[in-house]
Design a protein around this ligand. Structure first.
Ligand code: ZN
Length: 131
């Protein structure tokens, strides 16, 4: 008999990506420098350093927003230069719950996100790559 894997060549539409870089008091200087280097050298929009929890993120982090075609330059660089910081990379589909769970990619250790802060829908324009 055949094995049903559920694997399909069809995928949800991806409108871009976020990389969320987590830090704490001790690693703040590393995060700050990583953010500056990202902003200066890569086609990303970086958000501010959020010391307080926001949305599904339970600890301090900043976000980088980028287009799908920047993935191959941004992600390998983060992979090699994260200096021990934990990073969540997630796609921007029309279902933010899936984006932060089944579609999530982690560099370093995964962090337990507050999933009940999200709904099964897409993102406001400010969270998508600028047109
Ligand atoms: Zn995000």
């Amino acid at each position: 008999g055949s094995v049903m894997t559920g694997i399909s060549t069809r995928s949800p539409e991806v409108h871009g990506y976020h990389a969320h870089v987590y830090y704490d008091q001790a690693t703040f200087p590393i995060a700050e420098k990583l953010r500056e280097t990202l902003a200066a050298n890569f086609p990303v929009q970086v958000g501010r350093l959020n010391d307080a929890p926001i949305g599904p993120h339970p600890v301090s982090q900043f976000a980088a927003i980028f287009e799908t075609d920047a993935f191959q330059t941004v992600i390998p660089w983060l992979m090699l230069n994260r200096e021990g910081l934990d990073i969540l990379i997630h796609p921007l589909t029309d279902d933010m719950v899936d984006d932060h769970t089944v579609y999530a990619l982690w560099l370093g250790a995964p962090i337990r996100l507050k999933l009940d802060t999200m709904q099964r829908r897409g993102y406001s324009a400010t969270l998508l790559p600028a047109a």
